[in-house]
Write a protein that binds this ligand. Structure first.
Ligand code: ADP
Ligand code: MG
Length: 340
C-alpha cells in the first residue's frame, strides 16, 4: 500500500535518512525499531508530510504522496508528546481535525462519541487535558487521530510516556484497536520487546536505513547483521572467518560451527541455546567459568573461551563455580550466520 524508495533527508551535517526503502501493507501493525537518532521520527514526519525529503519516492496505493500537503494525505500522526491543546476540552481537541475537514456539527458529535467509545473513554467529552491521567491523555490523542479515519496511523513512541505497568496492557489494547479499525498502524519504538510483542512486521533502522525487515519471529531468530543481532538481544556475537566450511572464532580460539555460508563474518548465538555438557564428549567447546549471576528463572554464566572471547550462557541448574572448566555444546541450527 505505502511504498517508500530511496528516501533521504539531511539536516546540515546529519544524514537522518540515507536512502531508505520500505513497503507497508494495508491493515498491518508495523513497528519501526531503532536506537535514538536512527531516523525513526524523521521518517514518520516525512510520511505525514511535515518534512519534505531531499530525494526519494513515496506513494500510497500508487498515488504520489509527496505532491500532497499533510492534511490531504489519508494519514494521521499521533505525537510522542500527544500535543493536546490545554485550553480545549476533550471533545474540542478531537473535533479539531473534523472541523478543518468541514464535517458538520451533528456528524462531528456522533464521530467524537464513537471515537471515545473506541478508545474506552465514553462520556469524557468535557474534561480538560489537565484533568486526565497519562493513560487517558494517550487515549484522547489516539481518539483524535482515529476520528479522521486514516488509512495509515503513525504513532511515535506511543507508550513512552506511560508507567511501565500500563505499557503492556496499553500495547495490547493498541493492537486490538488496530485490528478493529483495519487501518495500518506504524508504531515507532526503541523497545524491542514492544515491537516483537505487537507487530505483524518489524523494520530495524540503523543510521537512516532499513537494516532488516520481516515478521518478529524471523527477525529475532535470523538477524542478518551484527547490529540487528545485538539490537534484538542476541547475547553472543562472535567475530571470525570461514576456513573451508568451518567458522573459526577470532577471539574464541576455537572452531565454532561448520556448514555456514562462505560470506559469514560473525555469528550470533543466544545464551539460552548453549548447554553445559559432560566434558568427555567429543566436538565440544571448552571454557572457564568467570562469573555466575542468579536471574530468578535461571543463572547467567559468563564463560571465557581459550581465545579470550566471553560467552553468555543461560543455565537452569545449580551453576559450576567460578574457575571451573566446562564443556559447551549447541545445535548447529542455533548458530546464526551474520553477513555485515
Ligand atoms: P529518532 O527518532 O530515531 O531518535 P530522529 O529522526 O529524531 O531520530 O533524528 C535522526 C537524526 O536527525 C538525529 O541525529 C537528529 O539529531 C537529527 N535531526 C532530526 N531532526 C532534526 C532537525 N529538525 N534539525 C537538525 N537535526 C535533526
Ligand atoms: Mg524519535
Amino acid at each position: 500500500m505505502l511504498i517508500a524508495r530511496g528516501i533521504t533527508k539531511r539536516f546540515g551535517a546529519v544524514q537522518a535518512l540515507a536512502g531508505l526503502d520500505l513497503a507497508i501493507e494495508a491493515g498491518e501493525f508495523f513497528a519501526l525499531l531503532g536506537g535514538s537518532g536512527s531516523g525513526k521520527s524523521t521518517l514518520l514526519r516525512v510520511l505525514a508530510g511535515f518534512e519534505a525529503p531531499d530525494a526519494g519516492v513515496l506513494t500510497l496505493d500508487g498515488q504520489d504522496l509527496l505532491a500532497m500537503p499533510p492534511w490531504a494525505r489519508p494519514i494521521n500522526m499521533m505525537f510522542q508528546s500527544y500535543a493536546l491543546l490545554p485550553h480545549m476540552n476533550v471533545a474540542e481537541n478531537i473535533a479539531y481535525g473534523l472541523k478543518r475537514a468541514g464535517v458538520a456539527t451533528e456528524e462531528r458529535r456522533r464521530r467524537i462519541a464513537e471515537a471515545l467509545e473506541l478508545v474506552g473513554l465514553p462520556g469524557m467529552e468535557s474534561r480538560k487535558p489537565q484533568q486526565l491521567s497519562g493513560g487517558q491523555k494517550q487515549r484522547v490523542a489516539l481518539a483524535r487521530s482515529l476520528v479522521m479515519r486514516p488509512r495509515l496511523l503513525l504513532l511515535d513512541e506511543p507508550m513512552a510516556a506511560l508507567d511501565a505497568g500500563l505499557r503492556e496492557r496499553t500495547g495490547l489494547e493498541l493492537r486490538a484497536l488496530q485490528r478493529k479499525t483495519g487501518a495500518a498502524f506504524v508504531m515507532v519504538t526503541h523497545d524491542q520487546q514492544e515491537a516483537l510483542a505487537l507487530a505483524d512486521r518489524i523494520a530495524v533502522l540503523e543510521s537512516g536505513r532499513v537494516a532488516q525487515i520481516g515478521p518478529p519471529q524471523e527477525v529475532y531468530a535470523r538477524p542478518a547483521t551484527r547490529f540487528v543481532a545485538r539490537f534484538l538481544g542476541a547475547a553472543n556475537v562472535l567475530e571470525g572467518r570461514m576456513c573451508g566450511d568451518v567458522f573459526e572464532g577470532a577471539e574464541a580460539g576455537v572452531a565454532i560451527a561448520s556448514g555456514l555460508p562462505g560470506e559469514t563474518i560473525a555469528i550470533a548465538l543466544r545464551a539460552e541455546h548453549i548447554r553445559l555438557i559432560s566434558a568427555d564428549q567429543p566436538h565440544c567447546v571448552r571454557g572457564v567459568v568467570e562469573d555466575a549471576a542468579f536471574r530468578g528463572d535461571d543463572w547467567l554464566l559468563i564463560i571465557r573461551l581459550p581465545g579470550g572471547a566471553r560467552l553468555r550462557v543461560a543455565h537452569g541448574d545449580v551453576p559450576p563455580a567460578p574457575g571451573d572448566t566446562v564443556a559447551l555444546a549447541w545445535e548447529a541450527a542455533s548458530v546464526v550466520p551474520l553477513f555485515a
